[in-house]
Design a protein around this ligand. Structure first.
Ligand code: NAP
Length: 180
């Protein structure tokens, strides 16, 4: 999915940077704090927070100067795929400590910058039929496991209508704002 997802969005010529990399390691079986290991925390942080933020860092000048040059908009959109479970305010279940906390870190590191014409958004794609969700798909209620195409179109709708005041916010596939 990821590469196809990325190429599809790029071909729409309206997103200037979309970061989709992510890791959810099921082998850690983090159901309680006692099972959390340093190695899985560090791995998740590296994949889910450090990598995406460094990409943005190195692309920032380019995005600022010409990121929206071939679009009809006067702002550049930087969209990172995050997840609802990265929300501290939305965390009712616990577990998945490494994944949750690394996405929460991404949410914070994806800072809001007011002086540059760049909108940064964190997007939750829903539960999508990919390798990442495969191990827990049997627990997903009927009708709640989305195809990649459905999710991409929903996310594009959000990206295409993003306004400057949306900078620094997190949205789910249905446009609902997700609390930090
Ligand atoms: N699927 C869902 O239900 C769901 C729900 C909520 C959020 N998300 C988020 O959506 C994003 C995409 O997930 P997915 O479902 O497409 O997962 P996926 O099928 O497991 O794909 C993850 C992709 O991230 C790439 N990746 C991971 N770490 C990387 C790194 N350090 N550098 C470069 N590429 C890296 C992987 O590359 P390789 O193929 O080379 O390993 C892979 O292509 C993730 O950020 C995930 O957290 C997914």
């Amino acid at each position: 999915m990821p590469l196809a997802f990325f190429q599809f969005l790029l071909s729409c010529n309206q997103v200037q940077l979309l970061s989709i990399a992510g890791l959810l390691d099921y082998n850690t079986t983090e159901t309680t704090l006692s099972r959390v290991e340093k190695s899985s925390l560090l791995l998740a942080y590296e994949f889910n927070a450090v990598g995406p933020v460094l990409v943005i860092k190195h692309m920032w000048l380019l995005l600022k100067v010409g990121g929206h040059s071939r679009t009809e908009r006067d702002v550049t959109v930087v969209a990172n795929l995050s997840t609802r479970v990265g929300s501290i305010g939305d965390n009712c279940l616990g577990g998945w400590h490494s994944y949750r906390s690394s996405k929460a870190a991404l949410n914070q590191l994806e800072f809001a910058r007011k002086k540059d014409p760049i909108i940064c958004n964190l997007l939750h794609p829903g539960t999508v039929d990919t390798d990442l969700s495969r191990p827990f798909q049997r627990n997903v209620p009927e009708g709640k496991l989305f195809t990649k195409e459905f999710s991409v179109l929903k996310l594009l709708g959000i990206i295409n209508t993003a306004k400057s005041h949306d900078n620094g916010k997190s949205f789910a596939w249905d446009g609902q704002e997700i609390p930090w």
